[in-house]
Design a protein around this ligand. Structure first.
Ligand SMILES: [Zn+2]
Length: 408
């Protein structure tokens, strides 16, 4: 009986699961997590670890699955051919985009089959778009990844991390060719995309392009992302359009961000740790997202498996079960009742952790930073793609510009 039920769950696709009222839980930001483990280089942020260190990618998928993820995204972030051969990153020549994408699909499927998770084939923004290449050229880049996703039969498609809705529309058009469900998330805040399109209009355009699931990922903290998704929801309602909503924010607090998001924070990417959300803050995010009507709730950069577990634990009553990893985590710190020290046993209660305002431990640390705000985006000469490594002169020019902008 149990096996039969499990089989039936496996046969259900994303849209059937969402239509039945199931809350889908996403996974976390692989590039950030694997960079910290030593398998991804900050800078290019490309996922050749799928070929070089498949066991590291497999293990992270397993940890997210165990923590409660019902979707495993293929580790194909920035795995477009143009990104794999950008600024001295010669992955395309050394390994090939096809191999990186194929390995990502195989690993995600292998682990997804260990539970009842779905596999999402993901594409993201391209240097070609930022370099003002044509719609035909940019679409051809996405289509190469899509060919692999179709061959490997992923369950649905996700276009994520787009700063410009126009490029996301192009990605959705291409992904729709698969006939599978398509989700689209922009990495924008409440101010809208980098071309000045409002969040509401972005959502409308993505649904009109064919996306069944729309929302935001990356670049901003959960609070800001939910504000943006609320605007998207209102835009869709005003246009009498329907779509499922998806949130995959950062696990970093970013109230001081401008339109460009956490990339502009001076701490990006090597000193963001003081901003990490606690598991208890993730409970609040999960509840707020659920109350807003979002039914695909996950994370992006900064998310570790324990953050996803917190989402699954907060929504355990709605979903009807706890994740496997809760075997080692009793609700709201109650496992501390087993602690040796009495004052720690006194913390084995929800009221304690819910009220706690954690200290930073940094006596000279400011609460907020001033974003860089260079205002550079698509069409700027400094964003043009080049295959060759960044030269010393090009770097010097950037160092000088930084001095002027920051007033040093
Ligand atoms: Zn991210």
């Amino acid at each position: 009986m149990f096996l039969w039920l499990r089989h039936e769950i496996l046969l259900q696709g994303l849209l059937e699961r969402l239509a039945s009222g199931e809350v889908i839980i996403g996974d976390g930001g692989f590039v950030f997590a694997l960079e910290k483990r030593g398998y991804v280089k900050a800078g290019p942020w490309t996922p050749e670890a799928t070929v070089e260190y498949p066991e590291a990618v497999r293990q992270l998928h397993r940890e997210f699955l165990r923590a409660g993820s019902t979707v495993l995204q293929t580790f194909t972030f920035y795995a477009s051919d143009d990104k794999l051969q950008n600024r001295g990153n010669y992955v395309e020549q050394k390994i090939s985009g096809q191999k990186v994408n194929e390995a990502a699909c195989d690993i995600a499927r292998e682990v997804a089959n260990e539970g009842d998770a779905l596999v999402a084939g993901g594409v993201s923004q391209t240097p070609s778009y930022l370099s003002c290449k044509s719609e035909t050229d940019v679409k051809a880049i996405f289509r190469k990844q899509l060919d692999v996703f179709i061959k490997k039969n992923v369950d649905f498609m996700l276009a994520e991390y787009f700063e410009h809705v126009e490029e996301a529309e192009w990605a959705v058009h291409v992904l729709k060719e698969s006939g599978k469900p398509v989700g689209a998330t922009l990495c924008i805040g409440p101010e809208g995309d980098l071309a000045g399109v409002s969040a509401g209009d972005c959502a409308v355009r993505l649904v009109k392009a064919g996306a069944e699931l729309v929302g935001v990922n990356c670049h901003f903290d959960p609070t800001t992302c939910l504000k943006t998704i609320k605007l998207m929801k209102e835009g869709l309602e005003a246009a009498h359009l329907k779509a499922y909503l998806i949130a995959q924010p950062l696990a970093y607090h970013t109230p001081d961000c401008n339109k460009q998001g956490f990339i502009d924070l001076p701490e990006f990417p090597f000193a963001l740790e003081p901003r990490i959300l606690t598991r208890w803050e993730m409970h609040k995010y999960a509840r707020a997202a659920y109350d807003l009507g979002i039914r695909y709730i996950g994370g992006c950069c900064g998310f570790e498996p324990y953050h996803i577990r917190a989402i699954a634990e907060e929504l355990a009553a709605e979903r009807g079960f706890l994740p496997v990893a809760s075997e080692k985590h009793d609700a709201w710190g109650s496992g501390l009742a087993m602690h040796t020290k009495p004052w720690v046993r006194a913390r084995a209660q929800q009221a304690y952790w819910e009220k706690l305002v954690p200290a930073s431990g940094r006596p000279y640390s400011a609460s907020l930073s001033k974003p860089d705000s260079w205002g550079v985006t698509r069409g700027d000469k400094d964003l043009i793609q080049q295959k060759e490594i960044t030269t010393e002169n090009q770097l010097k020019e950037m160092f000088e510009k930084q001095k002027i902008v920051s007033g040093m």
